[in-house]
Write a protein that binds this ligand. Sequence first.
Ligand SMILES: [Zn+2]
Length: 242
Amino acid sequence: MRQTERTAIVLRYANYRDNDRMLTLFSPTQGRIEALARGCRKPRSPILNASELFALGDFELYQKGAHLTVISAQLIETFYPLRADFDRLSVGTYLLNVAENVIQPGAPAQELFMLLLHTLSRLTFSDQPWRPLVAGFLLHLSACEGFQPRLQHCVHCERRLTESESTWFDHAGGGLVCHDCHTKAHVPVSAAQARWMRTMLQAGSASWVDSPEMIAPFALLRAYVETRLDKPVRAAAMLPRD
Ligand SMILES: [Zn+2]
């Protein structure tokens, strides 16, 4: 029996008994944590707000055997304005689902945690369009998880690609393909899209690039990342359509 305090964000919950919830938390130092929030659905529960999706806080956890229970929680951020915009709420839920898909119990994921918080903050508190935001999240996530797409050289013939040439994307090969190597199975990538991906990776996950010469390939990165995940992303069907 011991108590620990963990900074974490609520990725998911499952209602349990009359007033309880099983929370799936993402901790930067401990990865995925399942913890029981007892009585959290009672209106006066002190952990009511900390048991909602997107709740970021310092969770005090009590461990007995393999089971963790939330004793108290100090809220840091609730990303509350997301709830007022159905499209952005769906996008936010998609981000939580993708993060849940890649983190493991006991495995630290500091970089991914910060990436998730940065992206949720922009989604909630800025009016940046959501597609480039999610594209940036997915691109940086692929780098965190070790499958960053290769963008400088053709993944087939290894020729160095120029800034201005048209390229194609090979999902299985994990990167760009030149004009000579591409087949019908590959997805066309414009020079502006390739430039956006290269610039974003160079700039790092905390920065943001925006210029008319660069276009975020949202559909491409979504397909690329989703095919690399172990299971389907549940909220994908909720993403707003064009
Ligand atoms: Zn080639």
